[in-house]
Design a binder for this molecule. Structure first.
Ligand code: FES
Length: 105
């Protein structure tokens, strides 16, 4: 598990980027928390800087849209899914479980 931030630092409609071996973006979409790979599967853009619309994020570079629940893109130019990660809230802190990513990779 890696620490994202306190719950209070990620209000509805906001996102944060967690640096690391693999950068991860965490979103608060209408009160639901989602974590996905931060780097777009099309080119090198940070999805945490994209536009959140419901449970979809639009890439800031070429406007591919990704479903935060599955990581699957819903339109071109991205064709490959980004990985998703379980988010855990404990004692008012947000954590991301990256072990799942290693198991899938
Ligand atoms: S870099 Fe994200 S759609 Fe091109």
């Amino acid at each position: 598990m890696i620490t994202a931030c306190p719950v209070a630092d990620l209000p509805v409609g906001e996102s944060i980027r967690i640096s690391g071996d693999v950068a991860i973006a965490v979103f608060n979409a209408d009160g639901e928390l989602y974590a996905i790979d931060d780097t777009c599967s099309h080119q090198d853009a940070s999805l945490s800087e994209g536009w959140l619309e419901g449970c979809f994020v639009e890439c800031p570079l070429h406007a591919a849209s990704f479903d935060l629940r599955t990581g699957v893109p819903t339109c071109l130019p991205a064709k490959k899914a980004v990985r998703t990660y379980p988010v855990v809230v404990q004692d008012d802190m947000i954590y991301v479980d990256t072990k799942v990513r290693e198991a899938v990779a």
